[in-house]
Design a binder for this molecule. Sequence first.
Ligand code: MN
Length: 438
Amino acid sequence: MTVIRAAALTDTGRRRQKNDDTPLIVEGRLFAVADGMGGYAGGDVASATAIEVLERTFAADPTADGLEEGVLEAGRAVQAKSQSDPDLRQMGTTLSAVALVDSPDGEVFAVAHIGDSRIYLLRDGELSQLTDDHTVPEDLKRAGQLSEEEAAVDPRRHIITRVLGPSGEYEPDMQTLVPYAGDRLLLCSDGLTDELQDNQIASILRSVADPAEAAKRLVEQANQHGGRDNVTVVVVDVLDDDDRSRTASAALAASGELRTSTPESSGRRGLMTAEERNAELRRLSRGGHDDGPAPWDTGSSSGAYRDEADLPTRRFTLRVALFLVLLLVVLGAAAGAVWWYATNSYFVGLDDGRVAIFKGRPGGLLFIEPEMVEETDLTEAAVPPARADDVESGHEVGSLEEAQRYVRNLRRDSALVSPTSPTTTTPADASATTTTVP
Ligand code: MN
């Protein structure tokens, strides 16, 4: 048995003289919002008529078909009434309804919708709009003729293209939704969504646990943001889903899908998050329930939950992940060491016939080429013969200062060996003739 707790609230708002919206909650099974329109007299009559007929029709046939028939019947009633009274001939109403009905898969929500009221689902903390707005720009957007941004600011967004009213164009959109414990539905009129963004609505729905309190906060916020229209909200919480979540967990565990589940993906599939499932599985393994064997217990002797035997793929994945992390750390450290070794050393070598100081390793290391940092005026010919091989192959030192000292020694030795060398001999001049390559 699916257990529901729901609350509804409707408010005239801060600008309107009367409230044309009508909410409905029937015995935890039927929930609806109707937003009436059409002149001074019509709006409230239209929404009240639609809700009354929907309730009566669904009571006689509490199925998904009964819900759809209830919307059609409501449309016929509004149309007939509008034709019978000249004051009411422009009236019409939106109608968005959710009913808990039996199906071969257990109890499900049947959803019927026409107009620009909305039904949202908050599941796993994420808010999604279940219904399409039947307005000019939203219809064009669905036809690919307007972008999301264009539709949002289109001046025709209050022109409703499908409504229960005189035109007789009142075919509702129908869908079904499998309820899970923790789901929260919001049915609301456009007086809410014209004042609040989806993220503002989501934030209230997430943070206020009690549905009546959440409904109150939503209406308060809509009024604080202008309250230009009547505001109606119905908040529907699924408290218990007839063990559907637990069965889903077991099915997932058996198929090994726990391995790849993320909160996002499970949310889209309409299932529990991986964390919730795991918490539930752990809780059950401690014997938290004694209402018969768990669905995945195939009758082993102990009946206890066998973590290691039942979830080998998950353990394997954890081990692989740990190994990959370690491998990355080791590779990263090795690459860092190579980089440091290749770039944090200097050598004195030759560049185009002249002695120069390089950063790096002679000939480079792996992909890291040496970089020239200083070129001197000391020519290859001036290098003392005793040091010629050393310089040609690259004389490695630990620092730039050491390299500069080695160059000064070369210059001094060169002067000693060949007094006619054009190079100067004093350390001061030596540094003066040293050019720095940026
Ligand atoms: Mn409205």
